[in-house]
Structures are given as structure tokens and as C-alpha cells.
Ligand binder design. Structure first.
Ligand code: SF4
Length: 759
């Protein structure tokens, strides 16, 4: 019945396994969507709510950051978008009675799935020091508790202000303003764990840390390379764009250690033809070895440089820097070693080259499969080298396309949520608000965990998200969190981070994106920025889940007034009353947001400027697009070990578990599974269906263990295994991060598989 959460926690993870699927979406997606929505919202609310998602006068999907097409379908959402909306608009409630019935210790023993299925938080909840149950607390008292701890700190840098990518532009802008007026740049965010490597590489090479393509460019491209990404689950409406590109004549190369159903065939539920027959997407599947992407692009670049007339010399000559040094490094690349690093054959690389040379407009799309490795930044630089060689930046149908996984993660960064803010941004903030913001860089996610572990950070405040489940090295992270004096989470639903607390803790329930946001001046809209730099409005339509909820923006404004008091000249009350006044300030501080209120009132919003795309102007240190000549790196694997990538199931969005199935991979009713190539399994003596412990080995000599995983013989690349996070985040060492970006290297973890006691 709609509204009733699962009573028992499925203690026994009992996966049933069938073969992987070879097509995504179609009729099954409609069935799964309606079932999930009905279970959370009931029939009537399902219809009312889903028809508002991603509509011009509706609310933005709180799922991924895929852009909206100009012409919206009546049902402008995907299966996983519908699940994200349904879980936010659920009729289930987590009330003070729930907390009275469930101690923190009990909640800590519950699965993430069970916690998330309990429903929407209704009241501010407080866990007093030494207590084992959260109790309801008035908002004022909650702000008092936070103010006590923050103003009691020896330094503002003992506080951490974390942001998850669901936070709206308005709330994010005020959140960073508050943190900086309080005196710190400790603004870690979920970007640190996902596309930080993209930002680092793109800022250095093209001068803008964001993708350069718009949705229309995908329709104009004649070659699209999708590397280290699984759109079928993580950005499902991207499949519609790829289908349209194919219909316009594009070719698609997929680069992934795993064959994924969504990139094989897309059964578009929007059309009868699509629903039943579907469209084949991938023309060339390169089953790369984990971490072999830099090597692949280096080989392609070598071949392009060595092929007469293949380089766009006019573009290279006019718009780039460093070509000669790079070309020399490319020519010097050792074929055998570099090819081995890819796990591919010469014939496959030659076929890819043939498709590249036949293309005039090439786009490369990527996600975590490229960003979460030690050498991710050089890998993404090599992708940029690849596009610069043939002038594929700054013209229609061509460019870089890092696909963001959280609905406003890019917007939050644009609003100043960054521990290493640009001096120009701080100058603009100081000019606009009349206080001197801190200039010393703050902590990113990994450094924030170290700071809590080492007792240097004492207050942890999270705007959304599920920090402990999203972070690496779970045991270290949870122990660090428990060292804090106070942990505060602004949340819509229950998650594990609420059960791993500091000496005392607060849960502050906030409005969801689907809900009406009524403030002093009336109903408010918020704005978000999608993966392609389009900024648009989102207007909540549903009655809030509880009368005790506050919007993220109101929470920041009231907290700031309580903590900063009379010393602050920032008009927090005015901001809370009318978000348009926040946008007026954003327009004066953040480049590209001039006349913000008027432009975002236009249906569909507006595109932010992107100098490389719009003018082939590259605001880099050299004033040109920079070729780079980094040595090729790839993970080395000791004998008898496998390279593990942590990933999502299809019933998952970041750390939110919608269900226990991963139907495209043929897995039902279980999450503790490890996908292993049958040849590797045979060599390791691991029968399909047997159980194994995953043990990661890293240079710190610490063995990290994740016990009891069912072995699934699966067509992964040789030497490469895969398992879901957050269950396997325990295997990722805190200090195993990408060079330069410091992003956790969650996609290449060296593991040994030990027979499990469960056998
Ligand atoms: S593709 Fe992403 S943004 Fe679009 S509906 Fe699906 S989850 Fe939401």
C-alpha cells in the first residue's frame, strides 16, 4: 500500500543472478517506474507529480544533471528520475515517534536501503550528548546549539560546511557567504569526490572547468565517444540524445571495462517503434582495462600526429600552446606497453582511428570511470589533447562533455562552493558584502575527513547528502565523524550519516525540490545549473511533507543571523523573504549572471557563457588551449590480484538505494555481489555463486576487508572486477586519491579475493 515503508530490513542479502541484458528502458522501465512511484506516492499523487518533473513551469528533477530538451515531452523524466522524485514526494513520514522507537544504535545497524525507505523527515531532531535517541527540538533551540558550538571554536577553521549537489543556487550562494563571513573556506563538496579531476584538467587546458557542449551539439556531432560512463543508469535521458544523434548520422564509440545494456540498445519509451524495437547505439565497443583510458587516447593521438593531414594545423597554430612538446611525447609512446595498458587489440585501436579520422565534429563524454583514478587529471588532459588535435573545441557538434551526476553540483561550484576559491571571486564578494573573506584555502572532502580524524575539525555541517556513505575508507571516515563535537545534517530523508554522529547531533528537515517554497514575499522559485551550463528555474508544486520544514535558504539565513548576530551587515532576513534579492547579488558577484532574475524568468532559462565554446578564447595561463605531455600511467596489478571499480546498481542514485535489483546486469534481490571475468575466476578458483571476501591492499600496508560477496561470473575486462558502493567504500584508502584533484581513487582498487566464511 502506498505510504507504508518495509518493516523488516532484508538482513539476508540473497542475490539471484541471471545473464546481463542487452537493451535498456522500453516497457519494463515504464513498469518499474510506475510501481516505484505508486509504492511511494499512490496513484493520484504519482500522476500529479511526475507530469511536473522537468517541465518549464515545474520542478527540476533532483536526480542527475542531464539538461532538458527545448521541446519537453509530457513525461520528461526517466525511470531513475521518477524514483528520485517519488522518494522525495513519498507519503511515508519519519516522525519523532519513529525516533522514539529506534535508537541511534538500532539505526546504525540498519541498511541504507531500509533507512531511505522510511520516508520524509518531519521535525528538527536533536541527539544530546550521551543520549541514544534523537528527540524533537524547536528550530530556535537547534540554531542555538549550532551557534554554541561554532562560536565556541578556537578558530572558524575547526568548522566544516559540506554541500551535496542537490542544493539550489540560491541556498549555495548564501551558504558559502555565511561560511566565509564566519571566517572559513572549509567548503568541501560532493564535486571533490566526482568531477574534481575534470575541473582541474579543463581549467588548466582550456581555461574553464566545465563542459563546452550544449545538448544541440550532441545532435550535430558525427562521432561521440562515451568513456567511463554508464548513461543507461546514471544519466538515462542521455540515451534519447544519443538515439537522436545516431538518427542524424553520428557514430558512437563506447569505452568501458563493462558492457552496459544502455549503450548497446535503447528502447525509447516515448515512441512505439522505440519501445519495442529500439535503437542500437554503440558502433564500436572498446572494453578497456580499468585505468587504461589515458593510454588509449595517447595511442589515438600518436596515430593522428603520425597521419599526414590529420592534425588541424590552422586551429593548432592559432589557438593552442605546447603542440611540439606534446607531439614528440606522442610519437615516442611505446606501442606494446601502451597497448597492453589498454587491454585492447591493435585492430580495435585502428578501427577507432578510422572512425576518428572520418569525423569532422567529435564530442567526448565521460563520468567517474575517468575521474576516480590516481592519474585521472592526466587522463582528461589527454582527452583534451585528442580534441585539440583536430580542432574539436569551439565549434558546433564538437567538444568536451563531462556529465555531472547530481542535479546542481555544477551550480553549487559556480556559486562559490569551493575550498580553493579564485581570488577574483573573493574580491567580488568583499566588494559586494563589505567584509574581508578568508583567503587561505580550506579542506576538500579527503582533507576534511583527515581533519576530523586528527581532531582539527570539531563541527561538521552538511547541506544535504549522505557524507559517511559517499566517502572512502568507511571505518576511518565513521571514526573521524564520531570524534566531532557536533554533526548537523540538513536532509529530506533518513540515511546512515544520521546514525554516525558526533558527541551531539542535529537533523534539520528541509523542503524538497518538489515542494512549494512559501516565504514572506510569496512563493519562491530556485535555480539550478545543469551539466551543460544551462541555468533554469525550478518551482516546487507539492504541499510540504510537514509544516515544520524550512527551505535550505531559510535554514542558512536563520543560522547566519543566530551565529553572526549584529556583526553581520548582510541582509539575511531580506534574502529569506525574497529569493530574487539573492539573485540580484549573485548577478553582481558571479560572472555570466547579469540580469539574472529577468533571464531566468524566461521559460527554459539561459546558457552561461563559455569562452572556448562561444569564441574559441581560452582563458588559461598561456591565453591559449594547452597541449600537455604527461607520461602515460596505468594501474599495475600484482599476481593473483584484480582491479576493482566501485559502481552503482540500476536501483541506486549515488548513495540512495531505491531497491535491491540491478536488472540490466541480471541481478535481483542483493547488493553484496562482485562481478568477475570467468577466466579470472577460474584462475583464482572462484566458482560462480561462491562467496568471497574482498581485501584491498595499498601502500600503507593496511588491509581493508569487505566480507561476504557473492561471486558473479560476468563479462568484465580481464583482470577487472566491479562491486557496488557504498558497500565497497570500506576498501578505498583515504589517501588513495587522484594527483592534483585529490579525488578518491574509487575506480581502481587493487583487491585480492579470499574464500569467504559464508561458503
Ligand atoms: S536523466 Fe537525470 S535529470 Fe533527467 S529525469 Fe533522469 S535522473 Fe532526472
Amino acid at each position: 500500500m502506498a505510504g507504508k515503508p518495509p518493516q523488516s530490513d532484508p538482513v539476508q542479502d540473497a542475490p539471484q543472478v541471471a545473464g546481463p541484458k542487452h537493451a535498456a528502458a522500453g516497457l519494463p522501465a515504464i513498469g518499474h517506474t510506475l510501481r516505484a512511484a505508486q509504492q511511494q506516492m499512490g496513484v493520484k499523487r504519482t500522476a500529479l507529480t511526475l507530469l511536473r518533473v522537468n517541465q518549464k513551469d515545474g520542478f527540476d528533477c533532483p536526480g542527475c544533471a542531464w539538461p532538458e530538451p527545448e521541446h519537453r515531452h509530457a513525461a520528461e523524466f526517466c525511470e531513475n528520475g521518477a524514483k528520485a522524485v517519488a522518494e522525495e514526494a513519498t507519503l511515508r513520514r519519519v516522525t519523532p515517534d519513529f525516533f522514539a522507537a529506534h535508537s541511534v544504535a538500532d539505526l546504525a545497524n540498519r541498511s541504507g536501503y531500509w533507512l531511505g525507505q522510511q520516508g520524509r523527515l518531519t521535525h528538527p531532531m536533536y541527539l544530546a550528548e550521551g543520549a541514544d535517541h534523537y528527540e524533537a527540538v524547536p528550530w530556535e533551540r537547534a540554531f542555538d546549539i549550532i551557534a554554541e558550538e561554532l562560536t565556541g571554536l578556537a578558530s572558524p577553521d575547526e568548522a566544516l560546511f559540506y554541500t551535496s549537489g542537490r542544493t539550489s543556487n540560491e541556498a549555495a550562494f548564501l551558504y558559502q557567504l555565511f561560511a566565509r563571513e564566519f571566517g572559513t573556506n572549509n567548503l568541501p563538496d560532493c564535486s571533490n569526490m566526482c568531477h574534481e579531476s575534470s575541473g582541474s584538467a579543463l581549467n588548466e587546458t582550456i581555461g574553464v572547468g566545465k563542459g563546452s557542449v550544449l545538448l544541440e551539439d550532441l545532435y550535430k556531432a558525427d562521432l561521440i565517444i562515451v568513456a567511463g560512463q554508464n548513461p543507461g543508469t546514471n544519466h538515462p535521458r542521455m540515451l534519447s540524445a544519443l538515439e537522436k544523434a545516431k538518427a542524424n548520422g553520428a557514430k558512437i564509440i563506447t569505452v568501458n571495462p563493462l558492457p552496459e545494456a544502455g549503450m548497446e540498445r535503447f528502447k525509447n519509451p516515448q515512441t512505439p517503434q522505440g519501445m519495442f524495437k529500439g535503437a542500437a547505439l554503440t558502433d564500436l565497443f572498446l572494453q578497456i582495462r580499468i585505468g587504461g583510458d589515458q593510454a588509449l587516447f595517447r595511442l589515438l593521438n600518436k596515430l593522428i600526429v603520425e597521419t599526414e593531414g590529420a592534425v588541424d594545423e590552422a586551429f593548432v597554430g592559432e589557438h593552442t600552446h605546447g603542440y611540439e612538446e606534446f607531439a614528440e611525447a606522442a610519437r615516442a609512446a611505446d606501442w606494446d606497453e601502451t597497448l597492453t595498458a589498454t587491454g585492447l587489440t591493435r585492430a580495435q585501436v585502428d578501427e577507432a582511428l578510422r572512425m576518428v579520422l572520418a569525423s569532422k565534429r567529435t564530442i567526448v563524454c565521460w563520468a567517474m570511470g575517468l575521474t576516480q583514478h590516481k592519474h585521472s587529471v592526466p587522463t582528461i588532459r589527454e582527452v583534451v589533447n585528442f580534441l585539440l588535435l583536430r580542432g574539436n573545441i569551439g565549434r558546433p557538434g564538437a567538444g568536451v562533455c563531462p556529465v555531472r551526476g547530481h542535479s546542481n553540483v555544477q551550480g553549487d561550484r559556480t556559486m562559490g562552493i569551493f575550498e580553493r576559491p579564485a581570488p577574483a571571486f573573493l574580491d567580488a564578494l568583499e566588494k559586494e558584502f563589505g567584509f574581508a573573506p578568508p583567503r587561505e584555502h580550506g579542506y576538500d572532502v579527503v582533507r576534511a575527513i583527515r581533519a576530523m580524524r586528527d581532531g582539527l575539525a570539531k563541527v561538521f555541517f552538511a547541506m544535504g547528502g549522505n557524507f559517511v556513505s559517499a566517502s572512502p575508507d568507511t571505518e576511518v571516515t565513521e571514526a573521524a565523524m564520531r570524534r566531532a563535537r557536533l554533526t548537523v545534517h540538513v536532509s529530506t530523508k533518513l540515511n546512515r550519516s544520521h546514525a554516525v554522529t558526533g558527541a551531539r547531533a542535529l537533523i534539520l528537515p528541509t523542503l524538497g525540490r518538489t515542494e512549494r517554497d512559501l516565504q514572506g514575499s510569496g512563493e519562491q522559485v530556485v535555480t539550478v545549473e545543469d551539466s551543460m551550463g544551462m541555468v533554469h528555474a525550478s518551482r516546487g508544486r507539492l504541499q510540504p511533507a510537514s509544516e515544520h520544514l524550512l527551505s535550505e535558504t531559510a535554514i542558512v539565513c536563520r543560522l547566519a543571523r543566530r551565529v553572526l548576530g549584529e556583526s553581520s551587515r548582510t541582509p539575511w532576513e531580506e534574502f529569506e523573504k525574497d529569493y530574487a534579492t539573492i539573485r540580484d547579488r549573485i548577478a553582481r558577484v558571479v560572472p555570466g549572471f547579469e540580469d539574472f532574475n529577468a533571464r531566468v524568468a524566461e521559460p527554459g532559462g539561459f546558457a552561461l557563457p563559455h569562452a572556448p565554446r562561444d569564441e574559441r578564447r581560452f582563458p588559461t595561463a598561456t591565453g591559449k588551449a594547452n597541449f600537455t605531455a604527461a607520461p602515460v600511467e596505468y594501474p599495475k596489478l600484482p599476481e593473483g590480484r584484480l582491479l576493482l571499480q566501485t559502481l552503482r546498481s540500476h536501483d541506486q542514485y549515488n548513495t540512495t538505494i531505491y531497491g535491491l535489483d540491478d536488472r540490466y546486469r541480471g541481478i535481483k534481490n542483493g547488493r553484496r555481489v562482485v562481478l568477475v571475468n570467468p577466466e579470472d575466476a577460474r584462475e583464482l578458483g572462484l566458482a560462480d555463486g561462491s562467496y568471497t571476501d574482498l581485501v584491498s591492499e595499498w601502500q600503507d600496508g593496511v588491509e581493508r576487508r569487505a566480507p561476504g560477496f557473492r561471486v558473479v561470473h560476468y563479462p568484465t575486462a580481464r583482470g577487472c572486477a566491479a562491486a557496488y558502493y557504498p558497500e565497497t567504500n570500506v576498501l578505498v584508502p583515504l589517501d588513495a586519491t587522484a594527483d592534483t584533484s585529490n579525488t578518491p581513487a574509487s575506480k581502481s582498487v587493487v583487491v585480492r579475493l579470499e574464500q569467504s566464511a559464508a561458503n
